[in-house]
Design a protein around this ligand. Sequence first.
Ligand code: NAD
Length: 556
Amino acid sequence: MPHRAKQRVLPPPLPEWFPRGTTLLRDPTLNKGTAFTEAEREALGLRGLLPPRVAGLEDQVERVLENIRRLDSNLSKYIALESLQDRNETLFYRVVTENPDEMMPLIYTPTVGLACQQFGHIYRRPRGMYVTAADRGRVAQVLRNWPYREAAIIVVTDGERILGLGDLGANGMGIPIGKLALYTACAGVHPRHCLPVLLDVGTNNTALHTDRLYLGLRQPRLAGAAYEEFVEEFIDATQQVFPGIVVQFEDFANHHAFTLLQKYRGRICCFNDDIQGTASVTVAGIFSALRVTGRPLGEQTFVCLGAGEAATGISDLLVEAMVDDGMAEKDARGRCWLVDSKGLVVAARTDLAAHKKPYAHEHAPAATFIDAVRMLKPTAIIGVSATPNTFTQQVVEEMARLNERPVVFALSNPTSRSECTAEQAYAWSGGRALFASGSPFDPVTVGGRHFVPRQGNNSYIFPGVGLGAIAGGLSQVTDRMFMAAARTLAAQVSDADLAQGSLYPPLARVRDVSAFIAAAVIEEALSAGLAGIEAPADMLAYVHGQMYSPEYASFA
Ligand code: NAD
């Protein structure tokens, strides 16, 4: 074979405005720190501003890990990682994507819960946008201050129901920031496409009104028409300033979450992760569990502890899955039950909010969860009540008495709210529980058997859905897309995963999983006429081509 000289591809000349010197080092989107090459240091006025040895990403990752691991609290690690994101975005995402099991619990749940509670106290630099009740009438003008025109996805919260922690007001900003970091880390959504937004409509958490370091509006929450008009202005403004931008509603309280989703889902490309993303990841876990039990979906009885966004979202998607299997919708609904703080949700109750009514069946009341379990004999219990220790020994033992392989999902976040621990679920069921959790639990050895429980983590779903929505130019996000995502995720669980008690694939595979999910979402959108692109010849290759990887660009 004739020898051919390698062609050297030179980067295009940098424009006049390209930052140099310390300005460049302070721009987290361009900063490479010690990885700036000799040529770049020469061309960009960096000579003397950095230690002399050029050290690339690999060394930098090692140094970050060493420093993070030296810190003794998760909150300190969160702060250190946030500071890294503010200094060098590429390095931050490289650290997170290469170490998802270690880093995701630090940048998102459970640590983000603590970070939100402490937000005003640990605050260092601004990130994302705050749109406040005082901005009424000029919300579009405020959004125009965002520096990146290419913003393609907003995660927005009003801070009223942060994880299971309640009303944290403007402190809730940690959630959109963390979620969007996961969009990038888990699905390669470009950081410049991501816009975290906190709607500060006040807070009814009076302790925050008197906290000197609280950074939000010290006033009661807007309510009624004033709230609705404010959100309406915000939604209109998002589409005016960033036409077609995807909006993900996050951690809104029940009384707004369902109505906002209903109101806007046909109008803009939006979804609610607490309702739809949770449903999708949970249904995927159920599909995995049924691979182990070998029993069909239509034979199951599901009882959710909790009757909020997660519980109704999960139940709705389970119903859809049973209908897909040929069951009548009424019968499918009859297989899903909810228990709230007042007991079993039944038709005779007069205190039920609208979202609970489709699951208020004709049945005798049950005051407690254990009573409901004894009466209904569920095959699966799903904890989404944000109330810890509610899957008691008595409950799990009863589930193990009723079922050869009881399905026990303790999904409440953060860890302090979990209905039971992995160890409890395995120990009390004699190692027979098919367990998944909201927050991470370490592997457990019970009765000589080693179990690797995995998280029913929404991060398996929403990043891929968001990537699909952006890459497919979607005009809407539908429940069918979340069903497609659930089936796609379940298909990624191997027999080896199941054999060790894992109902989800390892987090280390999340980018691959997200690509499959994005492809499935776009396929679904194409068949529903909701995509803004022509069908690509190779969908997966198309999706991969849209994904950001944390690599340094070459500047000289
Ligand atoms: P929500 O506020 O909409 O619902 C909570 C529900 O729990 C309400 O219906 C409430 O009546 C009920 N409840 C409260 N105390 C109870 C008690 N003692 N017994 C029975 N029911 C009780 O909140 P949500 O969005 O549905 O989230 C609930 C929990 O699930 C949170 O902790 C959240 O972090 C977690 N979650 C986990 C995942 C996941 O793991 N993938 C996803 C979403 C939500």
